[in-house]
Ligand binder design. Sequence first.
Ligand code: CMX
Length: 461
Amino acid sequence: MLARSAVRLHALSAKRALGSRLASTKTLKETLQEVIPAKQEQLKKLKTEHSQTVIGDVKVENVIGGMRGLKSMLWEASVLDPNEGIRFHGMTIPDCQEKLPAAPGGKEIIAESMLWLLMTGKVPTEAETRQLSQELAEKGDLPAYVENLIDSLSPSLHPMTQLGIGVAALNHDSVFQKAYERGMKKTEYWTYALEDSLTLIARLPALAARIYRNIYKPGNELPAIDKSLDLVGNYTNLLGYGANKDLTEYLRLYISIHGDHEGGNASAHTAHLVSSTLADPYLSYSAALFALAGPLHGLANQEVLRWQLAMQKELGDNITHDHIKEYLWKTLKSGQVVPGYGHGVLRKSDPRFIALQEFCDSRPDLLASSTIQLVKKTFEVAPGVLTEHGKTKNPWPNVDAASGCVLYHYGLTEFKYYTVIFGVSRALGALTQVVWARALGLPLERPKSLSMDALQQLIKV
Ligand code: CMX
């Protein structure tokens, strides 16, 4: 009974949303409906004609080395080149900056245009982007039961733990889960996965901002979602920084270019694995957030700032290149990693780091900031030190070497919160995959594991 009324509600709200849109503008769902059949056909062909074609070897180093480099997952939205960095459906970050619509009055890519590109492989028009913003803003309010749940959590609980809890609880309203219980057809899976994914993305700003308010600004009033704003415009507003147009533009850029980084990174892979069990998008993305909360992954942006502030505290104001060198060696000799440097796949400077540096270079206040200057100076020294140290395969900076420091400059100084912003961003790519995995009918993930004895047996053969 409950299941049927939830499904009816889903159909009704979709109809209502459709009614209020511009008649000539296609929705994201309608555009997906058009592009899915060709992709399904492409997969069918690959399956029937090339299932047995060998594309690589499995070496012992893959099995004991965290599966690095093993080509074993289908991921449509983006591909990571070790030297050139990320491409979203073939588009580089500068391509996206040139072609994807910005917010009215803004210049940077917005989450909606990136989401449209990731989902459909197409550059959205201005009208399609605005319509998606409107759709998300209309779905953006948090249900009262999630507000109460988040308000009941201890402010000492890490913001990422709170985010994961909130996202998991949102599955109370999952239309995918309700439709599955009702016995939907496999061909319908993706439509419900899309509906849940859009609702989740829409609700992330209110959830993430509530966590921020509760922990750092208790007693502050949270504004209502502004139906005329884009997702990140609303997020900055809810965080209490809406008046800072530069910070809003920075977050638009950061959240868009950080939205997907192909499928093998721990958070994206976790979402894909969990959703392959047909767990709904909320549960799948909640699991991903706990992978993101690890210091070798998403927590690195918080760690970069902690590391940099400790360096500033120890070395004072006039920090020279030699000082930084010494501090880097001290970090390495104490057995710690240098946060913000190195990468599992990249072998050059991360283009996301470069895009954030360019953002800083275009603003005099950022250029004059001692925090941002220290990021630059560290970049001038760290690759040399890491190369001399000789362990990391990539001595160059990743996106996190810069991301948190810009937030810090703009007054968002609570760095334990930074990974939450990463979590809002990565939903774009991880949930795109959840929708496509259902549209393509990808199966349950189940790689073969081996014990050391079993591995040795195989080596003998
Ligand atoms: N500082 C010191 N040592 C480093 C290092 C760094 N920044 N990066 C790698 N190494 C070390 C590794 O710890 C490893 O040492 P052991 O052999 O003793 O285990 C060795 O170099 C080889 O590692 P690698 O193959 O180059 O890198 P991995 O694929 O194993 O790890 C990453 C990649 C990102 C976890 C690692 O470079 C690192 O810890 N960087 C610092 C944390 C960070 O910035 N993370 C953010 C990643 C960005 C993202 O999540 O998207």
